[in-house]
Design a protein around this ligand. Structure first.
Ligand code: NAI
Length: 252
């Protein structure tokens, strides 16, 4: 394998790592020398060379078992990438309480549960690899920009952003860095499903592209590169940061 091996000797767990952004992250960390486990509802698509673990982030026992198994089989845990998430479309008038609870359970509590069970392992690793132990959460530009028809999804990602900042404060003295990435609309199977449900998929795709100042969607690999930076030893001084990878959607 050519290229930087800055994750050599490090173990990583990527939730939602069997598709889209998570799969791109798992592939990149593997290429950069990490041992990688994937926790996913449907782990069939986990990249080759990763330890694929089936778990639902809404099931606390299943998350604990998967995290413990990843740490046992990979030799500790240095890098948690908490990425599993689901979408929801609509205004506050459209979504029922059940839908709010379902999405918040995955997008917010899923990250809480994963962190809860990963932290003892991360803490154990922090002394041995200062600067290299971290949690990176996949948030969204929806946390900081007002997007139409995304009330519930945006609120869930707003919670992820605040959670990231609070966790960064809680664990900074333990040598555990906590950051998030805020992707703009990213070209993943998620968007494929969205377009599949649209009345006119080509027009919907053109509208998504047009919403980006760069006129194109962000790629999963571009988001993965940002996650890998935040998790890498090069970001040893970076914590409590939200890194936008959004084609200029927020700033321009
Ligand atoms: P994706 O649908 O391609 O992949 C999501 C993965 O998470 C799938 O493998 C799925 O099985 C897994 N997953 C879903 N629910 C789960 C659960 N309860 N327990 C365990 N695993 C579960 O989606 P994509 O696009 O790669 O999204 C990944 C993250 O990126 C999500 O948190 C999403 O909110 C975020 N994001 C995506 C954007 C996009 O435009 N695609 C933009 C901004 C953020």
């Amino acid at each position: 394998m050519t290229g930087t091996q800055d994750f050599d000797g490090l173990s990583a767990l990527v939730t939602g790592g069997a598709s889209g952004i998570g799969a791109a992250v798992a592939t990149l960390l593997l290429a950069r020398g990490a041992r990688v486990a994937v926790l996913d509802l449907d782990p069939g698509g986990a990249p080759r060379g990763t330890l694929a673990l089936a778990a639902d982030v809404t099931d606390d026992d299943a998350v604990r078992d998967a995290v413990d198994r990843a740490a046992a089989e990979l030799g500790g845990l240095h890098t948690l990438v908490s990425n599993a998430g689901i979408g929801s479309i609509g205004t506050v008038e459209d979504n029922s309480d059940e839908e709010w609870n379902r999405v918040l359970d995955v997008n917010v509590l899923g990250m809480v549960r994963t962190a809860r069970h990963a932290l003892p392992h991360l803490r154990g690793a922090a002394a041995g690899r200062p600067g290299a132990v971290s949690i990176t959460q996949t948030c969204s530009i929806a946390a900081t920009a007002g997007l139409p028809q995304r009330a519930l999804y945006s609120a869930s990602k707003g919670a992820v952003l605040s959670l990231t900042l609070a966790m960064a404060a809680d664990h900074v003295r333990e040598g555990i860095r906590v950051n998030c990435v805020n992707p703009g609309t990213a070209d993943t199977p998620w968007i494929g499903r969205l377009l599949g449900r649209a009345e006119d998929p080509a027009a919907e795709r053109a509208a998504l592209d047009a919403r980006q100042p760069m006129g194109r969607l962000v790629s999963a690999d571009e988001v993965a590169a940002a996650v890998a930076y935040l998790a890498s030893p090069a970001a040893a001084s970076v914590t409590g940061t939200a890194l936008a990878v959004d084609g200029g959607m927020q700033g321009l």
